[in-house]
Design a protein around this ligand. Structure first.
Ligand SMILES: [Zn+2]
Length: 271
């Protein structure tokens, strides 16, 4: 069990008066002894035979009970630390720390409009819709100035993209500009451009990247790194809800919002 979870258990046991010793994030005889005292009152939540469980399993069961008592979905009280317990622990930790449940990102389903009929992301349907990789490019003139993410002194006033996505991207960025204004755009790094057309294979894959057709755009790569999830990526924060809404209204897909990685990336192809 991670130290943060052990600390939470120890704090709770202390609060209940079961004296687990120091809140040090380490499981040991004192903590186990306190868990042993805390569980009988929760008998009705526990499956039969729990008394024979090893100490470490009892400690997880105690944590699961705490989640349940705070009305957090935790599944069966089985003493096993699986994905659901992991999520429930994160929620409980947030609740105890901030007094509020974490932002319910799962309710915030990405929009699935598709007014421009973007194709799916198989290579064949992309070629049929957009043409061969690197072809059919046009110049997208930006409604607000961008800067190269890797060299902020370099202004970008236009860039090359597939002709079929140009007007759509322009509409999105115009909405972004109208909604946020230039100051907020700078503050949120919505002007830090990480590239569009780039004929190359996918990172970690053998197919062409969506960038090969000029139908994907990256923003603020430094703060939205490829493997980062919503717990780290800047563009997962609520300030970016409108940003994503404007893209999704035009049928674009955020890998961050759909798959929880590559939050820098938005593409005109459906998953
Ligand atoms: Zn990308």
């Amino acid at each position: 069990m991670i130290a943060a979870a052990v600390r939470l258990i120890q704090q709770s046991l202390t609060g209940e008066g079961f004296a687990p010793g120091a809140v040090d994030g380490q499981l040991g005889a004192n903590t186990y002894g306190a868990v042993e005292k805390a569980l009988p009152a929760r008998q009705s939540e526990l499956p039969s035979g729990w008394q024979q469980w090893p100490n470490s399993r009892k400690a997880v069961a105690y944590l699961q009970c705490l989640c349940k008592e705070h009305k957090i979905e935790v599944g069966d009280i089985d003493g096993y630390w699986g994905q659901q317990t992991d999520n429930a622990f994160d929620t409980l930790a947030c609740l105890l720390k901030t007094g509020e449940m974490p932002r319910p990102w799962r309710d915030d389903e990405p929009g699935n409009a598709n007014p421009n009929n973007w194709p799916g992301q198989s290579q064949a349907s992309l070629n049929a819709f957009f043409g061969e990789v690197g072809q059919n490019q046009a110049n997208l003139v930006l409604p607000y100035p961008h800067r190269l993410a890797w060299d902020l002194r370099q202004a970008v006033n236009s860039f090359s993209c597939n002709i079929k996505v140009r007007d759509s991207a322009q509409r999105v960025l115009t909405k972004v500009f109208d909604h946020y204004g230039i100051e907020k755009i700078r503050e949120l790094h919505l002007d830090r451009w990480g590239g569009c057309l780039n004929v190359r294979k996918m990172r970690g894959g053998s197919n062409w990247s969506m960038h090969s057709w000029g139908i994907a755009i990256d923003y603020d790569p430094d703060r939205n790194q490829l493997k980062w999830g919503r717990d780290r990526a800047a563009f997962a924060l609520p300030e970016y809800d409108a940003w994503w809404r404007f893209w999704e209204e035009e049928g674009w897909v955020s890998l961050g919002r759909s798959r929880n990685y590559d939050w820098m990336h938005v593409q005109a192809a459906k998953l």
